[in-house]
Design a protein around this ligand. Structure first.
Ligand code: SF4
Length: 79
């Protein structure tokens, strides 16, 4: 497992409800930042990055934040 995927897996363990499928399961070289489902939500002076597929599960906390550099999951759609 490469470092990037390892970091994403670590993130997934911290935020299991943030990703609709396991990071890296798109089996390509794209990342969340290339996907049309990535959402940048402003809250106060900060921007929070979340996956739009799981909008119904979003919280106001970091528990549903994703990493823009996570390897794409199987729900990936090129932006
Ligand atoms: S690849 Fe797309 S669908 Fe998958 S978690 Fe990232 S933003 Fe969401």
């Amino acid at each position: 497992m490469n470092q990037e995927l390892f970091d994403s897996v670590t993130e997934l363990i911290k935020n299991p409800k943030a990703y609709p499928a396991f990071p890296g399961t798109a089996n390509n070289s794209y990342k969340c930042k290339h996907c049309q489902h990535i959402c940048r939500v402003s809250g106060g002076s900060k921007i929070y990055i979340k996956c739009g597929i799981l909008e119904h599960r979003w919280t106001n906390g970091v528990g549903t934040d994703i990493k823009a550099n996570s390897p794409a999951c199987s729900f990936f759609q090129l932006n």
